[in-house]
Design a protein around this ligand. Structure first.
Ligand SMILES: Nc1nc2c(ncn2[C@@H]2O[C@H](COP(=O)(O)OP(=O)(O)O)[C@@H](O)[C@H]2O)c(=O)[nH]1
Ligand SMILES: [Mg+2]
Length: 247
């Protein structure tokens, strides 16, 4: 008899800044989708984010340096002690539907991809995008830049995504804030990771305040950082990754 391979162990990483109101809903919805562990990285929240994360059954990691990438790196470092096979990134504001985790995992489990990016689509029946117009325009500009500068064609740069954990470590990610999602896609492209894109429903945040697209500062900061990342990654050499070490 051929011994069956043990199922892939799946972890979810949620970077969270002041998501006390939304996080319990996210954690409640993750149960039942084949996830083995959830890590919430609390980025110096001033509300009860860490407490509700613990109450919701998540492992809580504290990262004092603000920034989406810094939080992701802290979560990855935590996971390296007992590495999962696949890591899913998910936002803490209920914009992403955890039910779609199954769709993100399917191409990886089926052996067709190492990295799957969720392409945000408006859920029926409303059919209206939860991403503001300026953010959609910025997203389009950055994707055009990725095509022109890197020859990489992306349908979206959304945060909801899944990747084989060893593949993620091989990318040597080091962005500490808003270049994170783009850096991962550009490095995956140049590294030659098998990448798939699947549509995932995207809805307005359930509660709490937007820190990025809902504020002028967040929008300009994220847009500027993404444009910088387009240029910077042009000069990144994957061979340097190994010597510098992964997160
Ligand atoms: N850890 C960390 N998470 C952040 C930071 N800023 C935003 N987030 C989280 O990143 C996700 C996306 O931010 P959000 O405010 O929803 O941006 P929006 O979707 O553009 O409105 C949420 O889960 C936030 O809690 C930050 O500085 N650090
Ligand atoms: Mg959001």
């Amino acid at each position: 008899m051929i011994p069956s391979r043990p199922p892939d162990r799946v972890a979810v990483l949620i970077p969270a800044l002041n998501e006390e109101a939304s996080l319990p809903g996210v954690l409640g919805q993750i149960a039942g989708w084949g996830v083995d562990r959830v890590v919430v990285v609390d980025n110096r929240s001033t509300d009860g984010t860490a407490r509700v994360a613990r109450e919701g059954g998540a492992e809580v990691v504290h990262e004092p340096e603000r920034g989406y990438g810094a939080a992701c790196l802290a979560g990855i470092h935590h996971l390296k002690a007992d590495p999962p096979d696949i890591l899913v990134f998910l936002d803490g504001d209920q914009s992403d539907d955890p039910a779609a985790i199954a769709d993100l995992l399917e191409p990886i489990r089926g052996g067709r991809a190492d990295f799957v990016v969720g392409v945000r689509t408006a859920p029926a029946p409303e059919g209206r995008s939860a991403v503001p117009v300026h953010a959609r325009l910025g997203n389009r500009l950055v994707r055009l830049g990725a095509l022109l500068i890197h020859g990489a064609r992306f349908r979206d740069l959304g945060p909801f995504r899944a990747i084989r954990f060893p593949s993620l470590l091989a990318l040597g990610m080091d962005d500490r804030n808003w270049g994170w999602t783009l850096q991962m896609q550009l490095r995956a492209h140049h590294f030659g990771l098998r990448t798939a894109e699947v549509e995932v429903p995207h809805r307005p945040r359930a509660a709490g305040r937007s820190k990025i697209s809902g504020t002028v500062r967040g929008t300009l900061g994220a847009g500027g950082k993404m444009l910088l990342t387009l240029v910077r990654e042009r000069f990144h050499r994957p061979s340097r990754v190994a010597s510098r070490g992964s997160p």
